[in-house]
Design a binder for this molecule. Structure first.
Ligand code: SAM
Length: 250
């Protein structure tokens, strides 16, 4: 983190603040907060509940199973965050899909607020509180807390001062490819040797091997990514060779 740079501030609105206690205090994300690169505030939606029972949900108009989060507590919880300048994200299966590109974009936002839905979701009239809606994939979880943690983890690790930028510069999806394979000690495990080139000390040869293996892995597992990947003429030539190898093997 640059001296004098303020922490990226991530606020969370949830009915289950306890679900955030351990993840935001642990490992890379916890250290990022300790170092002052990240700051978290978790707000209990129940504090804005209505009546003696602090109710936050009600039956859906039109009938049907499940409950719906009422708009008033959501507005009471989120409006002050908006007024303070937060970029508000609603976790929702109907949202824009979380990708590396979106995580990088959000990592440049200095003040984020994340709304976690529950039950059947939120009253439609509360959607206007959000600047954007984000989905973590085409499946439904019981609540927005785990999706929010997925988003926060993906975003927070990219914030300067959280991890060494070199360690995420070659990660999968950066530049549009899957990452190359990794090996560590021992040299031979159950008869399988770690590639000799990785132990050669020849940095140029290591870089070439890694690029080739990233291309191979992407071609075999996620060929759809290649259409948008940033590829050099040398990459194209390697891919052509890999395609020819695959064709001759089949
Ligand atoms: N009835 C909703 C639907 O079919 O779209 C699903 C509601 S889900 C049980 C409750 C909450 O979990 C949602 O409001 C949302 O905040 C969160 N959630 C569930 N799946 C999610 C996903 N794939 N991505 C983001 N948030 C999700």
């Amino acid at each position: 983190m640059n001296a004098g740079q303020e922490a990226v501030w991530i606020e969370i609105v949830t009915l289950f603040p306890e679900l955030f206690e351990v993840p935001l205090r642990t490992s890379v994300i916890g250290r990022g907060a300790e170092r002052g690169a990240l700051r978290f505030s978790v707000h209990d939606l129940r504090a804005h509940g209505l009546g003696r029972h602090r109710s936050v949900d009600d039956y859906p108009y039109g009938g049907g199973a499940g409950m719906v989060l009422r708009p008033e507590p959501l507005h009471a919880a989120v409006e002050p965050l908006r007024a303070a300048g937060a970029h508000v994200v609603l976790m929702d299966p109907a949202g824009e899909r979380l990708t590396d590109r979106l995580a990088r974009e959000l990592s440049r936002v200095r003040h984020l607020a994340v709304i976690c839905g529950r039950y059947e979701g939120i009253d439609e009239r509360a959607r206007s509180l959000a600047d954007r809606e984000v989905s973590i994939g085409d499946y439904v979880l019981t609540g927005g807390e785990i999706p929010a943690l997925v988003l926060i983890d993906a975003v927070a690790r990219l914030v300067p001062g959280v991890i060494d930028p070199e360690s995420h510069g070659a990660d999968s999806f950066v530049g549009g490819l899957l990452e190359h394979p990794h090996y560590t000690r021992p040299d031979v495990f159950r008869g399988v040797e770690a590639p000799a080139v990785l132990r050669s000390g020849d940095h140029g040869a290591v870089a070439r091997w890694r690029r080739r293996e990233a291309l191979r892995r992407t071609l075999l597992r996620r060929p759809d990514l290649l259409a948008d990947a940033v590829l050099s003429a040398e990459d194209e030539a390697i891919l052509e060779g890999l395609r020819a190898d695959t064709a001759s093997e089949s």
